[in-house]
Design a protein around this ligand. Structure first.
Ligand code: XIL
Length: 305
């Protein structure tokens, strides 16, 4: 593929996109997904509410379709996500026993990771566990288990697929500050306890004008000794030509940032076209417009590679 081939020529593993049955079953999206992208992250289909809506009852129709599409085209998959406080069914958030929650986490993680063993390049094992001040977020997981919920999830994932890279993933890791410091400190504690972790995902949901600190921050995260990946890139803007020109420059800056950091393995954008972005078409955050025409943002990434 085009952007994927170019980033690989620069020594990276993939240029990826979020995808799911809604896009892989739309011809124009599928054409772009296979022309420019070498890795897919299921936008919603592997989340807890989609895969285990009630305890022990698993549904994999949509996630199986995404993985099969990737396999058919020889592309990587980033599994997303195993333990997250959002898109979490109420039967999990209403658990009150630490022992029960431990068993539930272990069963959920083991079931998903085993199902796709050998087909997932990297898993976002734990998603968005930090507050903006760098402390641990008060989810059901943290309230009942403290930080050990992270250990439980990563150990179960490693046991189920020893070859998959295991990531912790979060947003607002784009600049120095308490959240970035909190992530670095958390990773240090996890490594000191022997938790099997391979990477830090920085979602990189940003707005125009905020790309300049990303290269330095990727290096800060990589200095933990882990891989780093840009996992959900989009740049909120407007449809005005001035803002789209700024966005193009910002995309180039982000793409260059990954190239500049040897431990940065790849970049995933959070969707293909502005038509289907979770941020809405009005923010025009992606590389293709609502008519599936390449935008200045595409040229920005292309020129970085
Ligand atoms: C978003 C999806 O894009 C939406 O379709 C869904 O309604 C909500 O979740 N951080 C994450 C992603 O880790 O899973 C989120 O995806 C965006 C923020």
């Amino acid at each position: 593929g085009l952007l994927d081939a170019k980033i690989k020529a620069k020594g990276k593993k993939y240029f990826g996109s979020a995808a799911d049955p809604g896009t892989i079953n739309t011809a124009i999206d599928a054409t772009i997904l296979t022309s420019d992208f070498g890795a897919y992250t299921p936008e919603n289909s592997m989340k807890w509410d989609a895969t285990e809506p009630s305890r022990g009852a698993f549904t994999f129709t949509n996630s199986d379709a995404l993985v099969a599409f990737a396999q058919a085209h020889g592309r990587l998959v980033r599994g997303h996500t195993l333990v997250w406080h959002n898109q979490l069914p109420s039967w999990v958030s209403s658990i009150t026993s630490a022992a029960t929650l431990t068993t539930v986490i272990q069963n959920h993680v083991t079931t998903l990771v085993s199902r796709y063993k050998g087909k997932i390049y990297a898993w976002d094992v734990v998603n968005e566990c930090l507050n903006e001040d760098g402390s641990l977020r008060s989810s059901v997981f943290f309230r009942l288990l403290g930080e050990s919920f992270i250990d439980i999830a990563f150990k179960a994932a490693r046991a189920a697929d020893p070859a998959a890279k295991l990531y912790i993933n979060d947003f607002n890791l784009d600049r120095p500050g308490s959240k970035t410091s909190g992530m670095v400190a958390l990773v240090g504690r996890l490594k000191a306890r022997g938790v099997p972790i391979d990477g830090i995902g920085t979602q990189t949901h940003i707005s125009i004008g905020n790309a300049g600190t990303i290269a330095g921050n990727l290096q800060t995260l990589a200095n933990t000794g882990l891989d780093v990946a840009i996992t959900e890139l989009d740049i909120a803007s407007s449809t005005s030509s001035a803002d789209q020109a700024q966005q193009s420059s910002d995309y180039k800056t982000v793409a260059k940032a990954c190239l500049a950091v040897s431990r940065c393995v790849g970049i995933t954008t959070w969707g293909v076209s502005d038509k289907d972005s979770w941020l809405t078409a009005a923010k025009a955050p992606l590389l293709w417009d609502t008519n599936f025409v390449r935008k200045p943002a595409y040229t920005g990434v292309d020129s970085a590679f």
